[in-house]
Design a protein around this ligand. Structure first.
Ligand code: ADP
Ligand code: MG
Length: 462
């Protein structure tokens, strides 16, 4: 991967979370101008942009940079520089690790970016999420078929289309695919993809600045409205009211609505009945966890996209170990590719297995009890069980304690109150704080990442 490709990936991700205007204003003339040991130098057009990015977007940019560089990049420096017509593409891994300069056996080629410049106005669609790259299996064929039917006849019988299912199972991908396909068929169509959170924020912003007309105009005049993660509407009374009217206006004019959610309409807490019944009035389609065959097919497709070849036996192994969702499956694959690209070797079962240690099958996870987890962590940090559960706030005890709380949440999906109880009757807010703290530390602290890997290995080897 080189710096240009890296920056394109980062921008692609940021674009999905920002309004088009915002994105264009702040990121249009940016580029990676240099990269050293662990930092990238981002070229920006002026001091104002520099200050703005530092203040407002630095966190997301760094998170994204770090993710796409597989943790290589740890910091950013912004520098005022004018963007050359074609910024120099600096090979990323060569600069940071000179030993990878050796002639590669089979060099990982980043996916050929076919992300079209979509003439989106303010519509944030990412061309990468299309029907061609979506693998269909039993658990998503209904949602996929409905999505295609919507494209064949927007505003027709599948209106609204309500797609629901757990995280990482392709809901956003399908919404985006619909948007891209409709845009391809009719480049003049007004397609708006929006997360429910952004809708909410926009609405609040419009209320505060008395710009409701502008807001209404923006949402009520589209041909297709794609709303992602509608569960966030739960409990937001005024936003629900506004969304209800937006919905009705569009629906009455035979405009297409597609909505995604992590649960079925009835299960959204504090959602008005009239909205629930609207959501249920069209087509409901769920997406489930992919079965083994589909997981293999998805891995095969992703390898192709990344132009990386991997033995069938290894793909099967990955599909056996990683069962939760497609995002994790992709994450595992990226980890494997990055690791072997780095080492300049071909993946084998032996080299792949340790990389997958953190993706144990769900079955194994269930067997671990809170008690076992607490003992494992106590042993790992060499502290007494009683001390770990006791009242002392010494750092040598408080830190392992926070790790226990984090792992109980992350690995066992325990509720915060029950975590508090397991840890000697602490308050649930203590558990929440611990979880947040460790999550934040993990982003930057490699030693901690390593510690957690080892603890998990010990835990699941029980
Ligand atoms: P959700 O919105 O349901 O949480 P996403 O749509 O963001 O999930 O999917 C997570 C990742 O998995 C994305 O990179 C997406 O492209 C990929 N993905 C999910 N389902 C499929 C599928 N059936 N075929 C190919 N890729 C998929
Ligand atoms: Mg999503």
């Amino acid at each position: 991967m080189n710096t240009n490709e890296l920056w394109q990936s980062v921008l692609g991700e940021l674009e999905l979370t920002l309004s088009k205007a915002n994105f264009t204003t702040w990121f249009k003339s940016t580029f990676i101008s240099d990269v050293n040991e662990h930092a990238v130098i981002v070229g920006v057009p002026n001091m104002f942009t520099k200050a703005w990015l530092e203040k407002k977007h630095s966190r997301e940019i760094l998170r994204s940079l770090s993710e796409f560089s597989h943790g290589t990049i740890k910091s950013i420096v912004y520098r005022v520089e004018s963007r050359p017509a074609s910024p120099q593409a600096i090979p990323l891994f060569e600069k940071t690790k000179p030993e990878t300069l050796a002639t590669p056996h089979s060099m990982y080629q980043p996916p050929r970016e076919e992300v079209k410049e979509i003439r989106t106005g303010e519509f944030s669609l990412n061309g990468k999420y299309c029907f061609e790259t979506f693998v269909v299996g039993k658990q998503n064929e209904l949602a996929h078929a409905a999505a295609q039917a919507v494209c064949a006849q927007p505003g027709g019988i599948y209106n609204p289309l309500f797609i629901y299912g757990g995280v990482g199972l392709g809901k956003t991908h399908l919404l985006q695919a619909i948007g891209n396909e409709l845009m391809r068929k009719n480049p003049n169509a007004k397609i708006l993809y929006i997360t429910c959170e952004r809708f909410t924020n926009d609405f609040i912003g419009a209320l505060r600045s008395s710009r409701m007309n502008e807001f209404k105009n923006r949402y009520r005049t589209v041909d297709t409205l794609l709303v992602d993660d509608i569960q966030f509407l739960g409990g937001k009374v005024e936003t629900q009211e506004e969304f209800f009217h937006t919905f009705n206006q569009l629906y009455q004019n035979n405009k297409q609505l597609v909505i995604s959610c992590d649960r079925p309409p009835k299960a959204i807490a504090s959602l008005e009945d009239r909205l629930t019944s609207r959501f249920e009035s069209g087509m409901l389609a769920d997406v489930g966890s992919p079965d083994f065959e589909t997981r293999c097919a998805i891995l095969g497709t992703k390898c192709q996209e990344k132009q990386y070849s991997m033995d069938r036996e290894i793909l099967h192994h990955v599909a056996t170990v990683v069962q939760t969702n497609v995002r994790e499956l992709e994450g595992a694959l990226n980890k494997i590719i990055a690791f072997h690209q780095f080492k300049n070797t071909r993946p084998t079962l032996e080299t792949v297995k340790p990389i997958l240690a953190s993706f144990q099958p769900a079955m194994n996870r269930k067997n671990v009890t809170p008690k076992q987890l607490i003992i494992t962590v106590a042993n790992y940090f060499d502290v007494h069980l009683d001390d770990l559960l006791g009242k002392s706030r010494q750092k040598r005890l408080a830190f392992p304690r926070q790790i226990v709380m984090y792992l109980m949440r992350e690995e066992m999906r325990s509720s915060y109150p029950s975590i508090g109880t397991e840890l000697g009757g602490r308050d649930h807010t203590t558990a929440m704080h611990a979880y947040d703290k460790i999550t934040t530390c993990l982003l930057e602290d490699e030693k901690l990442q390593h510690d957690l890997e080892l603890i998990k290995q010990k835990l699941y080897a029980l």
